[in-house]
Structures are given as C-alpha cells and as structure tokens.
Write a new protein. Structure first.
Length: 216
C-alpha cells in the first residue's frame, strides 16, 4: 500500500486510527501509542501532525459530522415530500447502512461523554448538536404543515426526536443486545409519525386523524 504523501492524507490516516481505537477501547485508553500503532506510524509522527490527543479528537468530530452530512444530503435529495424528508433525517442517523460497522455511532457516544469533561469538545459538540436540532425543527415544521397539523410544539417535538436518536446510539453502544438489530430507524420513524398525527389540526385545533404515514 502506498504511503500518504501529504499532510492532509496523513492527518486523515491518524484521525481514522483514533476512530478505530476509540470504538474498541474508548477515548481514555486510546493512547497516542495505540493510535500510532493502528495507523502504522510512529508516535513521533503522530505528534508532528497533532499537538495532542484532544486535537485529534476534535478533528474526528468534524470528520464524523461531515460524513453524516454527506449521507443526510444524499437521502434528502432522494426524498420526495416533507414527510419523506423528515424520515430521511431519521434514517441518516439510525439506518445501519449509514454506518455499517457502527464505529461512528459508538464514537459519538464517547464524544458526548468527553464533552462533559473537555471544554473545547463541549463547545464543538454543542454547536453541532444545536445545528442538528435546528435542521430537525425545520423538517418537522414542513412535515406538520404538509399534514395540516399545528406547529406550536415543534421545538419540543424536535428535542424529543433528537433525544430518541441519541438514546438509541447510547443504548446500542453501552448495552449491546438491548436494542434489536435494525430496529432503531424503524422504531423512531413510527414514533415520528405518531407525534405528527397526535398534533392538533391547524384549522380546528383538535387532534388530527392518522393519514397513513410511510413509516416502515
């Protein structure tokens, strides 16, 4: 295998190595030595490209976010209506096809834990999470309006859906076997459709009747 020839490729190699090591051992035990070994590099070369393990972690957060963004954009482009776009958001975050080896999902759980301990990680994690919540609110607003439902509680609904998504990742990573394989996306899709159909009609103020969502 050819060796990476430039700094960008080498940094990406190191970030990928941290992802692999973190998925197996967690952040605390993901030493520079372990990351270097996974990347097939010397610890000195890792230190040449990154000042600290935290700097590698921050780069990993950005890389994971960008990869998820690409996946989400592709799914949104294929979705045909507001409800389908909302469900595409759920699928992009929970469908096993979006993260076949589940390494990224496991790392997001670890990153969330580190956000409680490291200020720089917390600031970046909070920025990205707020962005997720904002996009989800917009998707929910469009879906509710398409179904003729009120948007009065959209902020609370978005928070609940985002919590369900993150909760699925947390359970799967911390308690293997509790979450049936392949079930998170399907379950949260049904939750989302139930939340939409439980909202009052925008015209009458009364709970709307189900119009047969496409949740599978």
């Amino acid at each position: 295998m050819a060796r990476p020839r430039n700094t960008q490729e080498r940094r990406a190699q190191i970030v990928t190595a941290l992802l692999t090591v973190m998925a197996k051992q967690g952040y605390e035990r993901a030493s520079i030595v372990a990351v270097a070994a996974e990347a097939g590099l010397t610890p000195g070369l890792v230190h040449y490209h990154f000042k600290s393990k935290q700097e590698i972690l921050l780069s990993l957060v950005v890389c994971l976010h960008e990869a998820r963004r690409v996946e989400l954009d592709a799914r949104l482009a294929r979705a045909g209506d507001p409800v389908a776009r909302l469900l595409a958001f759920v699928d992009a975050h929970l469908d096993p096809a979006a993260d076949p080896d589940r390494a990224a999902a496991a790392c997001w759980v670890t990153i969330g834990a580190e956000a409680l301990r490291q200020d720089e990680v917390r600031r970046l994690f909070e920025e990205l999470t707020r962005g997720q919540a904002g996009e989800l609110r917009l998707l929910l607003t469009d879906a509710l309006r398409a179904r003729g439902r009120t948007t009065a509680d959209v902020e609370a609904l978005a928070a609940g859906v985002l919590a369900a998504i993150q909760g699925c990742h947390h359970l799967a990573a911390t308690t293997p076997g509790v979450v049936p394989a392949g079930s998170p996306a399907r379950t949260v899709r049904r939750m989302v459709m139930g939340l939409i159909d439980s909202q009052s009609s925008a015209a009458s103020g009364r709970p709307g009747r189900s119009t047969g969502g496409k949740a599978r």
